[in-house]
Design a protein around this ligand. Structure first.
Ligand code: SAM
Ligand code: SF4
Length: 470
């Protein structure tokens, strides 16, 4: 590994400044309403404006923030929800992160790296469930070289079973050097995700023991800048909520987002906001535990602050929380999730904590989650079109270009949903989904577009052809 930082490297997180903003920003009804109005025009918020939203404590003001996030979601994003699954490739790790069951000092964790045969079995099981988009997850270990990650990506794309295939592979792994990012990029990845975990330096230090790779705050903070400089224009940021004050982390994420946009012309494609979960061998101070109420606040505030960034809500959360928080503008969720190594071929959904990174909150099968989404008015989408058509880098396009959603996103959502309904769904889900497709089609105003969607739907229904996209 070449420890060369990005050409624009700088530690843009000033703890004192962020803490001062939090401490000195009072609740201000008038300002909160002005800032909400700015978000409704889809303008990204400054750090100080986000801090004003964070300072809103009175229930009525918080409710205004919630309803603004719900409204923004409806106006800007429509009712599509993109579906993916995480696939853990290996849990050997040289780091010792205090919150993670894969940390190296935990001798009782069962370690494994999927062999090529096991990888094939897992991918086939995921394809049999209807998945088209995966995120591959890796511990940090000398075995998990950029070449190994790239080979895993290539193998994943090559496995096809029946109508099943994986059309987009994202990565969550340790930060690489420039060469490493180039190697992984060449294998055809979608998003490269790196979570900073905590943006607060002292907390970062206490969570990541010195002498471990991950203890280098700046190397990690600079990771996605190096990714940009290596040609990856699709990156995901995130913070692990529960390690430090959630308000600080929200401002850290917004600062990071603004930094990337200013330096590289593109903000992050996605923001993740995992909340700390119980895990094997993990027991530490819960001082910064984020309550459900505050979790809802932070999701709504992030939505308002970064209007063009996708937001990922994972199965760490329970179905109840997912239902509620989704309405605040989440754009992607995972479904049918297993975090145990080789877990997708297991018959039952029980969790064996010694084999998992953490306990998940939503263990429902994919079909059940999709049916619930459909019955709640969401259109599940397996669309991978933008990435395959080379429409990456300018993630805001879909929301900013008039008609983009109607011409491209909605058709692609309906076509990929139809594939799911025909090839994988239970009869109940299929019935609910077909009704939804009919009602969504009726809403498409442009007759030419509607006709084109109908023609392609017919082809999916009456032939073996799949994978139509606009
Ligand atoms: N090893 C890579 C790294 O550290 O960047 C991959 C990350 S890990 C396999 C995926 C993410 O899970 C971590 O970045 C962390 O935010 C999250 N995570 C770790 N322990 C967790 C826990 N106990 N509860 C919830 N999320 C956790
Ligand atoms: Fe390893 Fe990542 Fe877990 Fe840290 S969070 S111990 S780096 S797998």
């Amino acid at each position: 590994m070449n420890k060369k930082l990005s050409s624009k490297c700088e530690d843009f997180i000033n703890d004192e400044k962020i803490n001062d903003i939090i401490k000195n920003t009072p609740e201000d009804k008038v300002k909160v309403r002005e800032i909400i109005a700015k978000s409704m025009e889809k303008k990204p918020l400054e750090v100080a404006e986000t801090a004003t939203l964070l300072a809103a404590e009175s229930p009525e003001l918080v409710e205004e923030i919630f309803s603004a996030a719900r409204q923004l979601k409806k106006d800007v994003y429509g009712n599509r929800i993109v579906i993916f699954a995480p696939l853990y490739i290996g849990n050997y790790c040289v780091n010792d992160c205090k919150y993670c069951a894969f940390r190296r000092s935990l001798r009782t964790t069962v370690r494994k790296t999927l062999s090529p045969e096991e990888l094939t079995q897992q991918i086939e099981a995921l394809e049999d469930a209807g998945h088209k988009r995966l995120i591959l997850v890796f511990g940090e270990h000398p075995n998990y070289t950029p070449e190994f990650i790239a080979d895993t990506v290539r193998q994943t794309y090559s496995i096809k079973k029946g109508h099943g295939e994986i059309r987009r592979v994202n990565i969550n792994a340790a930060p690489l050097d420039h060469e490493g990012f180039k190697t992984v990029k060449a294998s055809g990845i979608g998003t490269y995700q790196i979570f900073q975990e905590t943006y607060h330096h002292d907390t970062y230090k206490s969570m990541h023991p010195s002498q471990t790779h991950k203890s280098d705050f700046l190397w990690r903070l600079d990771g996605l800048s190096r990714a940009f400089e290596s040609g990856i224009d699709d990156v995901g940021i995130g913070a692990l909520f529960g390690l430090y004050d959630w308000r600080f982390e929200v401002l850290g994420l917004v600062t990071h987002s603004i930094f990337l946009k200013e330096r590289y012309g593109v903000g992050p494609h996605t923001i993740s906001f995992p909340r700390l979960r119980p895990a094997h061998g993990i027991d530490f101070d819960k001082k910064y535990f984020v309550s459900d109420y505050d979790f809802k606040r932070l999701v709504a505030i992030l939505r308002l602050s970064v209007p063009y960034t996708g937001m990922i809500l994972t199965a760490r959360e329970t179905p109840e929380i997912r239902r509620e928080v989704m309405a605040f503008g989440v754009s992607q969720i995972d479904a049918g999730t297993r975090v145990e190594l080789a877990g997708y071929t297991k018959k039952d959904s029980s969790q064996e904590m010694k084999r998992e990174q953490f306990q998940i909150g939503d263990i429902r099968p994919m079909d059940e989650i999709l049916r619930e989404l459909i019955n709640s008015g969401y259109t599940p989408s397996f669309c991978t079109s933008c990435y395959r058509k080379g429409r990456t880098g300018e993630h805001f396009m879909e929301y900013a270009i008039p008609g983009f959603i109607e011409r491209l996103c909605t058709p692609n959502a309906l076509l990929t949903l139809e594939e799911y309904l025909l090839d994988y769904a239970s009869p109940e889900t299929r019935e609910a989904g077909e009704k939804m497709i009919a009602s969504e089609l009726a809403k498409v105003k442009d007759e030419k577009v509607r006709k084109e969607i109908m023609e392609r739907l017919d082809k999916i229904r009456n032939t073996e052809q799949r994978d139509f996209y606009f």
